[in-house]
Unconditional design. Structure first.
Length: 74
């Protein structure tokens, strides 16, 4: 994406009070404001990972729970 487009989207997230910002010299740093959003992101990532592991396990002919255990131990 072009830098101008990213700036516009980050500005919209800031306006919606989803981001906070702090000036660090000349540049401005942005961070997620609400921990609930981080928790939601973690849930979504975990769901995507579990689905991917299940698909790989099905492709290899292994149960998804044993594939998950294997990925967590390694």
């Amino acid at each position: 994406m072009k830098q101008g487009n990213v700036s516009k989207q980050v500005g919209a997230l800031y306006d919606a009070q989803l981001f906070r910002r702090a000036r660090e010299g000349n540049p401005i740093g942005y961070a997620i404001r609400d921990d609930t959003i981080i928790q939601l992101r973690n849930l979504v990532c975990c769901k995507i990972e579990n689905d991917a592991l299940a698909q790989v396990a099905a492709f290899k002919g292994v149960s998804s729970t044993s594939a998950k255990k294997k990925s967590q131990s390694g």
